[in-house]
Structures are given as structure tokens and as C-alpha cells.
Design a binder for this molecule. Sequence first.
Ligand code: TRP
Length: 332
Amino acid sequence: MTRVFSGIKPTGHLTLGNYLGAMRRWAETDQHQADALFCVVDLHALTVDHDPARVRRLSRQAATLLLASGLDPERCTVFVQSHVDEHARLSYLLECVAADGEMRRMIQYKEKARREEARGGSVRLSLLTYPALMAADILAYRTDEAPVGDDQTQHVELARDLAVRFNQRYGQTFTVPRATPPKVAARVMNLHDPASKMGKSDDTGPGVVYLLDEPDAVRRKIMRAVTDDGRDVVYDRRERPGVANLLEILAACAGGEPEDLSGGYASYGALKKDVAEAVVEALGPLRRRHRELCADPGYVDGVLRAGAEKARRMARPTVDAAYRAIGLLPPA
Ligand code: TRP
């Protein structure tokens, strides 16, 4: 069976973009068709300025929302990265295989480092080495496929390179993973800036629908989404990115194709109303399930404990093999 690994970073509240772009497919497809691991990658959240209490809270919330979205711990493995030592153990070995230059070439590093420096902040060393940790996440489980958005494919390519290099130098140890672009990706854009993705880390709240927003907040945000010049509802990603985004969200939540849906609206207002209701409805079950899970923290703890145990059992032999292959003396 194909092994799939994906991670979600607890650096912000999860958004409609996370759900429609990734989580929903994990629950509807991946967990049924693959041997899938879904990980709250909390160590990655420490690569930028962070507040300890917030990371802790967001990690738990992300895990709870993964379960609320329909991931079934009987079918897949849900766990928190820092609960499984093998990630950090392997990351160090991969730093010994990677070159400084190839880390510095990562687009995400360059952009984030530039932004940090512009703000007068300092860049954590872990931001540079982040791709080694991400490669460890993937390689420790002999992952075949890592479903990621396009902003992460460069990191998965690097994981491939490191796997190949390690295997050549030290003997066959790792499976060489593939980045799989989301198949029917709904790429949800920021409602106030349809040129950028609806990310969880940007704090432009009004353009971002969070999974735990109250229905009225969801409605208000969608009704205030920026639209484009012109008044007729047409689907044109280039010329009408704001309206196109709304049509795509509608299609993702209520079914149908954005082009076909556009014909049914005479005004932006009518479209927004339907989008708002479709989103509220799509998020309803998730919100309800989230509330139930919050009322039963022992259950979530148990799932994460069992998930970490299972993940540890899977990763341990591969990481041990890598320690031996690279020349470290086995403990007596
Ligand atoms: N870097 C990814 C992100 O920012 C999260 C991530 C960490 C990940 N490790 C991973 C994704 C392994 C896929 C596989 O979104």
C-alpha cells in the first residue's frame, strides 16, 4: 500500500483554505486509499518567533480539528511530531548529508528571511535547516507520497535529493518520495487579496475564514470579500480573481463547476450570499464534531498517545538503520 505523510504546522488557526485545499481530501480519500500519517508538525512552528503557550494551544487545536474533519484513527495515524523522537534524530543526520548552499537556495527560506530581516528581527538557524527536518518527517516513514501545495514542492524535491544521496553514499536506506500535487485542489485565496493564498500564518483576519469562526463571522467576511470591477458574474481567474475565488469556494462547498455556477447569478451580492451559506453549511459538521471532541479531552489524548506509539514503531527501524549506515557505533 502506498504510504502517505503530510504535516500541518501549528503557527496559526486553521482556515477554510487548509480544509478545502488539503484536510478534506485527506479524510475523504487518502485515509481510505493509502497507509496515511497526518502529523501536527509542532517542531516546525519553532522556526519563527513564537509564543510557547500559543504553540501548545494551536497544536492541540490542530490535532482536534484533524479528527473533527473526519480523520479516523482506526484508518490512519494522527500524531504530534515532537512526541516521536525519530524526527529530530533523523533530521541531524540529514543535515550531515545536505549542503549549506542547497538550504540557502530554498525560496521559502529566502522570502521568510528577507521578511524577518526587514522587520529588524533575527532569523533563527532552524529556519534555514527546516527542510532537513521536513525531509526527516518524510523519510523516517519510508513515505511514497507527500501531498503538498506548490509552495512546498521544492522542499519535497530536496527530501528526494537527500534520500538518493544518502542511499548512494551509505547504502540503500530510504524510500525516495514523490511530491503529489493536490488532485482536485481548491486553491482558496485571501478574500481581501485574491492574489495571495488564504494562509493561516498571515494575520489579515478579515480576508481569512477560520474553521472555528462563528457562522455570523463567516457570513460577514464573505459578504465583505473584495470583488472586481464590472458587475456581471463571470468566471475569469486572471481578470476577475476576486469573483473567481468566490465561485471556486462555492464549487468546492456545494458542488458543480465554477464556470457553470457563474451563469446563475445576476449580482455579486447574490453570489456572496450563496457562498456564505455554502461555507457555513460545509463547516457545520466539522464545528459540531470539534465541540464534541473538546468536551472529551481524554479521547483526544488517547488518540494522540496511540498515534505517537504507532508512528514511533514505524519510524524507529528506519532511523536506526540510518544511524548504523552512516557510521555511528550501535549502543552495546
Ligand atoms: N512544511 C509544511 C508546511 O509549511 C509542513 C510540513 C512539515 C510537511 N513536514 C512535512 C508537509 C512533511 C508534508 C510532509 O506546510
